[in-house]
Ligand binder design. Sequence first.
Ligand code: PLP
Length: 380
Amino acid sequence: MSAVQPTLAIPLVDLATQSARIKEEVLARVGRVIDKANYILGDEVAEFEDEFARYCGSSHCVGVANGTEAIHLALRALEIGPGDEVITAANSFAATALAIAYCGATPVLVDVCEDDFNIDPTMIEQAITPRTRAVIPVHLYGQPARMAEIMEIAKRHGLKVIEDSAQSHGGELNGTRCGAFGDIACFSFYPGKNLGAFGDAGACVTADAKLAEKLRLLRNYGQIVKNRHDLLGFNCRLDTVQACVLLTKMQYIEEWTEQRRQVAQWYREELDGSQLRLPIEKPLARHVYHLFVVRHPERDRLMKFLAERQICCGIHYPNPLPTAQPFASARTHPTGVPVCTQLSNEILSLPMYPEMRREQVAAIAAAIGEFAIHESADYA
Ligand SMILES: *Cc1c(COP(=O)(O)O)cnc(C)c1O
């Protein structure tokens, strides 16, 4: 038996290294906000919104408090409420379905394609009823969903499309960026996302000027002018200080995205011939590798083995959404969500962040190789 190697710990994500690089620039911008005392909806918010809309290849961006509220306000802007059904993937982060429930609408949680982990257009079509109003494809792990098929189905059935792009800043399919496909696209800038603030932040992106205007009201108490409230609005604006962080990071987002793609390529080279099933990159897709998710039938044992070698992995997500208490009354396919269920038992998110080095990827691959030897010895 070989002893556990004293490798240097490899975290799932490393926010501190990136933050240190931009700290001085962020402090300078925040310093100017403090001096101007322009804390709520300051100039930096609009400046960031312009840049981010352009980055997505769209026309309008409305900064909001977080990604969950971005989805919630998008549904409100499209006037989706009680009695309506909204179809989404059964393997997203819970926030996607929670936002549907906030509006009093019913989440309809459908199965995904095994190859790219994203919502299965056939399942969308089967789930449509006279009450269906919208579909929320999630560009999971950084790879766009099958948007051509989804937009075609939505058009044919008169459904709205809200992209959950919380994991896919800069992702592309057939030359179109995530954020430019649907009626509204929702982004999260939670610190660990590909574009992350130093706290909570999010945004809605749309090409429709009227929807953008409505979203601006919805995030700001429904106020058209001070103390005139024409609709049930909320307080969920993007914070000016967070906009400073995001504006600073916009200068680096493409560089960091390319580094993520390089790390993914190293994983492919180092793990070639291993027992893992590696993620695919669809033809014509630009995968931005928010997460690098592999599959192994003995996932729990592999995860423990790696943790003992200080290699930290994650599971995104361990339980299909229909099993969660808040979605007990959500609708699913009569045969359940078999692909999601199987995936939830096999998926493992390996460490992934732009600053990873090839030696770290090689060390992870070596540990995975050791695991294979260890397992075959156990079962010989
Ligand atoms: C992170 C995330 C959200 C929620 O974003 P918050 O900013 O944390 O509210 C929604 N959907 C997906 C797919 C996410 O990954």
